[in-house]
Design a protein around this ligand. Structure first.
Ligand SMILES: [Zn+2]
Length: 225
């Protein structure tokens, strides 16, 4: 395909058009060994599109009735290297629109994916809430919902987000409930704030936590094992 397209050269030396004498030329074609400016070569209406955006380049080329390859000689490598294309301005505009539409389509897909993830998260939260209430039937339901939401919070790495949480491992669920009780129903946080070492504070609030959990487990014995 490139073989049939005109080749436009970015000259390394100062060159003048052999027809209209304008110069120095930024870009030119070579006809019978002589430089010709783009206007004289009837390529003056094309716009330069630097290489780099593959999709945009392909689309602009496909939409251009006339286009040209722009090359520059690399002395060190002793070869011509492609710099980009000259394409029709309207074709470039339409190509840019198409790429933009693609970007918008991708954004819409990302939004749909996020929505699906949110639904999945809600599923984890709901399963966790049900499991908490199964283990602690006398717990206030809104408290179970609160603990489940906190434990399955997105990206938190808490129990609800871990593999153990997904499998609804009883030990992990109980640990999440214990942590909540420790912070909400005991003076644990203020003990920490007053400089009591963490393990000491935990030991001190342990019995209080056990009491709360026992209360919440209350009617477990009446349920079938
Ligand atoms: Zn000219």
């Amino acid at each position: 395909m490139d073989l049939v397209a005109p080749v436009v050269v970015e000259p390394l030396r100062r060159r003048r058009c052999s027809e209209c004498r304008r110069g120095p030329l930024e870009r030119m074609i070579v006809e019978y060994g002589r430089p010709v400016c783009l206007d004289c070569a009837d390529l003056g209406h094309l716009v330069f599109l630097r290489r780099g955006d593959t999709a945009l380049t392909r689309r602009a080329r496909e939409r251009s009735a006339l286009w040209a390859v722009v090359v520059r000689h690399n002395r060190r490598r002793t070869r011509y290297e492609r710099q980009g294309l000259l394409v029709e301005e309207a074709a470039l505009a339409r190509a840019e629109e198409a790429c933009l539409a693609d970007a918008e389509a991708r954004a819409r897909r990302r939004a749909r994916d996020a929505e699906r993830r949110a639904v999945r998260d809600a599923g984890i939260t709901e399963a966790l809430r049900a499991e908490i209430l199964l283990l602690f039937p006398a717990m206030p339901p809104e408290r179970a919902a609160e603990i489940a939401a906190h434990a399955s919070a997105k990206g938190s790495g808490r129990v609800g987000r871990t593999a153990a949480g997904r499998a609804l491992d009883r030990g992990a669920v109980t640990a999440a409930v214990r942590a909540s009780v420790r912070h909400v129903d005991t003076p644990y946080d203020s003990l920490l704030m007053s400089g009591v070492p963490r393990h000491q504070a935990r030991t001190r609030v342990g019995p209080a936590i056990d009491t709360v959990l026992r209360t919440w487990r209350a009617d477990t014995r009446t349920r079938p094992a």
